[in-house]
Design a protein around this ligand. Structure first.
Ligand code: CDT
Length: 316
């Protein structure tokens, strides 16, 4: 690999369950504990989960107004989250934090922010690949109402030069889509951060439970390799009021290898002293996009949403 190393401390702060009865203040205390541990491990950047301040509320049928009242943030930081920002600034650690965003004009997004060493918000990502449905499914043991409670993100997949690296963000279901990483890879992303809440049972089809973890890791590993990036993924997991979600928080190198993985379904910090130069090596050689990509043959990717008829005709 490259001889000039670029050491970089990445932490992923997995959260165990957050129950309906848990207050924001109690959750922020847990985030702060994980931030302290990140500091002691030497992290520059810590990744918290998707919707990290509340239970995974899209599992419950309720009105949009009720959801806004109980689960959305009107400002970031707000009164309850400010202590996290204050301590992060004191430590000089940046973070990714997922939360339900209510905009001043009343729009709702599943959002993540990126802060710099001074805890200033320098980046924002609004989830694009929203899974689930918007109607009540009577027969399901729980709902997955992201399509009811959130709009599709309207700011694209961007990257930011922050914290001494080029960092991109995505959220949960986005991690399963190759386009997510490639759009950021084409902006020379070095680290992609993501949080997730992945129910262990898929209410939409009979997916064997063991495949939930396999496909989660497969998505991170394949896309880290194919884009020459570090991927840092933080779960919220365990049983929230009886509803189980997978753990498996992980840090993945541009080699596709997992360098750290959570062992529990509780609050747990994992850490890697990453070398960002490994990504440079992959992007200079096997995945040198400028040299080897052939976008003139990829047109269908942006022209079609669903799969359709073949382009092929018999060769002359
Ligand atoms: N939060 C989130 O995006 N979860 C999805 C579950 C999809 S099953 C309806 C995921 O991809 O993990």
């Amino acid at each position: 690999m490259s001889t000039l190393k670029r050491p970089y401390g990445i932490a992923v702060a997995q959260l165990g369950p957050i129950h309906l009865a848990d207050s924001r203040a109690a959750v922020v205390k847990r985030l702060i504990e994980l931030l302290r541990e990140s500091k002691s491990r030497g992290a520059k950047f810590v990744v918290f989960p998707e919707l990290a301040l509340t239970t995974f509320f899209p599992r419950y049928w309720m009105t949009e107004e009720e959801a806004v009242e109980r689960f959305f943030e009107r400002s970031m930081p707000g009164p309850e989250t400010k202590p996290l920002f204050d301590l992060a600034a004191e430590f000089g650690i940046g973070f990714y934090l997922g939360y339900a965003e209510l905009t001043p004009d009343g729009r709702r997004f599943n959002t993540a922010i990126l802060t710099d060493e001074k805890a200033k918000i320098v980046g924002r990502y609004r989830k694009i690949h929203l899974p689930g449905h918007s109607h009540h499914i009577e027969t399901a043991p729980f709902q997955h109402l992201e399509k009811k409670f959130f709009e599709v993100g309207n700011e694209g997949f961007k990257v930011w030069d922050a914290l001494g690296a080029r960092i991109g963000m995505c959220i949960c279901n986005d991690r399963r889509w190759a386009e997510t990483y490639r759009v950021m890879g084409l902006q020379s992303a070095e680290i992609v951060a993501l949080g997730y809440n992945t129910p262990s049972w898929n209410i939409h089809w009979n997916e064997p439970p063991h495949l939930r973890m396999f496909h989660h890791l497969l998505s991170l590993q394949g896309n880290a390799y194919q884009n020459g990036i570090w991927v840092a993924a933080a779960a919220k997991c365990g049983k929230e009021d009886g509803f189980h979600m997978i753990g498996g928080s992980a840090i993945v190198a541009p080699t596709g290898e997992i360098t750290a993985q959570a062992q529990s379904e509780e609050d747990e910090l994992i850490f890697t002293s990453a070398d960002l130069s490994i990504g440079e090596t992959f992007r200079e050689h096997v995945f040198n996009f400028a040299k080897h990509r052939r976008p003139e043959h990829y047109k269908l990717i942006v022209e079609r949403t669903g799969a359709g008829a073949p382009l092929g005709t018999a060769p002359d």
